[in-house]
Write a protein of this length. Structure first.
Length: 228
């Protein structure tokens, strides 16, 4: 078994995430400063915060990540594409989009792939992660969502928004890794709050972790209540 990933190597796998609807500019600033101090891969925010975050992180190795169509994915593809283009124009370097879950469950696979492709086209070279919201899907639907994401040009598939009925599980990460093979990244997000959980996700095939508990993970402190 490989040695556990820790320290700077672990920090570079973490998207330091603040997505709560009542996040203030001061709180977003704190997350940016924590990311700079600890070397996290990105700060992940709602797109309204992208200009502020891009300015705060300018000149650093910490990337700006914006969620799109969040948290439901239930809006026209053109709106998701427009939000993506606006976020990138404001400085986003990575985009985490939510699929139209209802369309997937209807079996309208062409519509789901077209939705992802519309965001891909608006990404202008940015990294695209596709949130499939595993807690709402059957295993077969998860596999289909992964295949559609790959076909539409995604760089990652992602387990969860953290705002639905469940978060990341080791079983889902393993299923997604099997579905996409070695080509795409897999992001485990939602409820990943302990070093043990992180190591289990990485062992199952995750290559990125989305969490608001990044500081606790690095220091092995108890995560704060209400963390993502």
């Amino acid at each position: 078994m490989p040695d556990p990933i820790a320290g700077h190597a672990l920090a570079r796998l973490i998207d330091h995430t603040i997505l709560k609807p009542d996040a203030t500019e001061a709180q977003v600033a704190r997350f940016c400063d924590e990311a700079l101090d600890h070397g996290f891969r990105s700060v992940c925010v709602n797109s309204v915060h992208v200009p502020f975050v891009a300015a705060r992180l300018r000149g650093s190795e910490v990337r700006v990540c914006a969620v799109v169509g969040f948290p439901l994915g239930a809006m026209p593809s053109a709106i998701k594409a427009a939000e993506t283009a606006a976020a990138i124009a404001a400085g986003a370097e990575e985009i985490d989009m939510v699929i139209p879950v209802g369309a997937l469950k209807d079996g309208r696979h062409d519509a789901v792939q077209a939705d992802i492709a519309a965001v891909r086209a608006a990404c202008s070279g940015a990294v695209l992660k596709v949130i499939i919201e595993c807690c709402l899907l059957t295993d077969d639907e998860k596999r289909v969502a992964c295949r559609l994401s790959a076909a539409a040009g995604a760089d990652f598939v992602k387990t969860s928004t953290g705002f639905s009925t469940g978060g990341a599980t080791v079983e889902d990460v393993a299923l997604m890794r099997e579905a996409v093979g070695p080509v795409l990244g897999v992001k485990a997000s939602g409820g990943v709050r302990t070093p043990e959980a992180v190591q289990a996700m990485l062992a199952a095939g995750a290559t990125r972790i989305g969490t608001s508990s990044g500081i606790a993970l690095l220091t092995q402190a108890t995560p704060a209540a209400g963390t993502y």
